[in-house]
Design a protein around this ligand. Structure first.
Ligand SMILES: Cc1cc2nc3c(=O)[nH]c(=O)nc-3n(C[C@H](O)[C@H](O)[C@H](O)COP(=O)(O)O)c2cc1C
Length: 351
């Protein structure tokens, strides 16, 4: 039995938000043992000029204020995405606002971008040693913003040079109107402004800009997004954020408002990601998120077109030891199929 199996019953007596705060506290103050052994070279790849030691990343929302990314890298993640950060601090929706759907190995959240704001977040990234691992910044807009598009520009301008990549999160279901930025005209304007801001910063190395989309997009919406990200030569796409759908959920908490994540999201998010791979002719690197909790899940996303994967909800049910387990399983699966490196398996289902 691993350490997490011992503490899990205790953690589950607490509300999910309290349990999360305790995890952040333990990580902040070095109370979590770190994983230090190296990964097989079959799991490593260079993407966007960044060396990923393994393809399993921490999805946004766990380290909203960029306080524990180093400790999470030390849990074995190949990269960590911090945020979502908004320009101004905000408290989010009323509690309770996170729910465990234990029978479904799922989570519903309606946090609404609670975070300490851009200045605090910047102070946490400012003195980072970039040699210690890959850290992304996930940007969002304030709930009461009069100009949501400008919120992303503000976030990017402030943090350029301090994060290895940027995720433009226009897919949280918990900020009214945010998902409308996935629409054709709004997205076109948003990406035009962000690319301009990046160019104007005249950096030695331009960090990749990655768009994060919802799994609830209709077929024509996917086509529009594909067309616009190709036009703007976006660097990558994360598929997906949480879903508003509740198909085949058993738990009595299924009717709580918010975005659903975890195991039941796996099929839908992988399907949409696979479609985006086809629509972009496999030319834009994809990060597959949604219901990953095993090496087989990660491998399925990779074969469907993901270059990297991310997870969050599975940590709630299996603890941080899962990261190493997924990577070991993935290494084995690649070997069984005769691949010497993960890049050989990307998009294989489409060939
Ligand atoms: C409690 C919670 C908070 C989240 N907060 C954010 C967030 O701030 N920004 C974001 O882009 N995604 C957020 N997400 C979505 C995750 O990053 C991820 O896309 C989604 O949960 C699917 O992955 P999973 O099934 O492995 O959890 C959150 C998810 C959860 C469960």
């Amino acid at each position: 039995m691993n350490l997490y199996e011992l503490v899990k019953p205790l953690l589950f007596t607490l509300s999910p938000e309290r349990a999360h705060s305790m995890a952040i506290f333990a990580l902040k103050y070095g109370l979590m043992p770190s994983e230090s052994s190296a990964y097989s070279s079959s799991l490593s790849q260079n993407l966007w000029g960044l060396d990923f030691p393994n393809p399993v990343g921490l999805a946004a929302g766990f380290d909203k204020n960029a306080e524990v990314y180093q400790a999470m890298l030390e849990q074995g993640f190949g990269f960590v995405e911090t945020g979502t950060v908004t320009p101004v601090a905000q408290s989010g929706n009323d509690k309770p606002r996170i729910f465990r759907l234990t029978e479904d190995k799922a989570v519903i959240n309606r946090l609404g971008f609670n975070n300490k704001g851009l200045n605090y977040y910047f102070s946490k990234l400012q003195n980072r040693n970039s040699e210690n691992g890959i850290v992304g910044a996930n940007l969002g807009a304030n709930k009461l913003s009069k100009d949501p598009i400008n919120d992303y520009v503000i976030g990017l301008k402030k943090l350029l040079g301090y994060a290895d990549y940027f995720t433009i999160n226009i897919s949280s279901p918990n900020t009214p109107g945010l998902r409308a930025l996935q629409g054709r005209e709004a997205l076109d304007e948003l990406l035009t402004k962000l690319k301009l801001a990046r160019r104007e910063a005249v950096l030695q190395k331009e960090p990749p800009l990655i768009l994060k989309i919802a799994p609830d997009l209709k077929s024509d919406e996917c086509e529009d997004i594909a067309e616009i990200i190709m036009k703007h030569e976006m660097d990558g796409l994360i598929v997906s954020n949480t879903t508003l759908s509740r198909d085949s959920i058993k738990s009595s908490k299924k009717n709580e408002d918010g975005g659903l994540s975890g195991e039941p999201l796996f099929k839908l998010s992988t399907k949409i990601m696979s479609r985006m791979y086809s629509l972009t002719d496999g030319k834009i690197p994809l990060i597959g998120a949604g219901g990953v909790s095993s090496g087989a899940d990660a491998y399925a996303k990779i074969r469907a077109g993901a270059s990297l994967v991310q997870l969050y909800s599975a940590l709630v049910y299996y603890g941080p030891g899962l990261v190493r387990k997924i990577n070991s399983e993935l290494e084995l699966l690649l070997k069984e199929d005769g691949f010497s490196n993960i890049t050989e398996a990307i998009g294989l289902d489409h060939k």
